[in-house]
Design a protein. Structure first.
Length: 255
């Protein structure tokens, strides 16, 4: 995940427990994690908000919290945070056999695990490693699903364009169909297609243009001719090498 800050949040109203948890977790997790602590549910919520406001790209792979704390208990805090961080793995620590509170957390936040106090260090290490492993596995699957969806979408668009081209009667009809569907399916703001002028092969002419600059359907307002080699379009036509220009207004070749 590159240079994204990854936070493990630990919440407990007992300073000794909080210190012990922090020391143990620091001893077996990688140094690229930031350990964030809070002594109450309310403080944890506020700290997480402050981190996200100052660093919107930060992530919270894991929250470990005590159950019995002040006005808001650990289950209530996890339920509250789950609205914004459903992917975060959550571990509930409890020194009391409060089955209702544990049940509430399991049903509402997909609690990864609850652990009784006092915990075994090895058990804590195994649990945290499994929780973090599952977090990144799910992230990987999510990214793969997004990539697959994008691929399927692109294939559908290519197929749609192919059908349109086959149904077109002239090269101008093809150009207009591509323009129109680039706006609709690819969400372009503008689309302009240049073709080589048959009467003057050293020039390109606008065969189709659609978008904010040319809103009228299949009617080009002030069509341009560009000499091959001039401007961005003419330069690409001459070189035969495609270019991606982030901001044409800053390119000296822009006409």
């Amino acid at each position: 995940m590159g240079n994204i800050n990854k936070h493990i949040v630990i919440v407990d109203d007992d300073k000794l427990v909080l210190s012990s948890l922090t020391m143990q977790i620091n001893s077996f997790v990688k140094s690229n994690y930031l350990i964030t602590t809070a002594e109450s549910a309310e403080e944890a919520i506020e700290v997480i908000k402050e981190i996200r406001n100052s660093d919107p790209n930060s992530v919270f792979p894991l929250i470990i919290t005590d159950y019995q704390m002040g006005e808001m208990n650990g289950s209530e805090m996890l339920i509250y945070l789950n609205k914004d961080y459903p992917e975060t793995k959550k571990i509930l620590l409890t020194g009391q056999a409060d089955l209702e509170g544990i049940k509430m957390a399991i049903e509402n936040v997909e609690l990864f695990r609850y652990m009784q106090k006092p915990w075994e260090k090895n058990d804590l290490q195994i649990t945290i490693n499994e929780a973090l492993g599952l977090y990144y596995k799910e992230k990987q699957l999510e990214e793969e699903a997004k990539a697959n969806f994008k691929l399927i979408k692109n294939l559908e668009i290519v197929n749609h364009f192919s059908i349109l081209i086959q149904e077109s009667n002239t090269i101008e009809d093809v150009a207009w169909s591509v323009c129109e569907n680039a706006i609709v399916h690819l969400e372009y703001e503008d689309c302009i297609i240049y073709l080589i002028d048959k009467d003057n092969p050293n020039y390109l002419y606008q065969a189709a243009a659609l978008g904010n600059k040319n809103p009228k359907k299949r009617l080009i307002l002030g069509p341009l001719k560009i000499k091959i080699g001039d401007g961005i379009v003419g330069g690409v036509a001459k070189s035969g090498v495609a270019e991606l220009i982030p901001d044409t207004s800053k390119d000296k070749r822009y006409i």
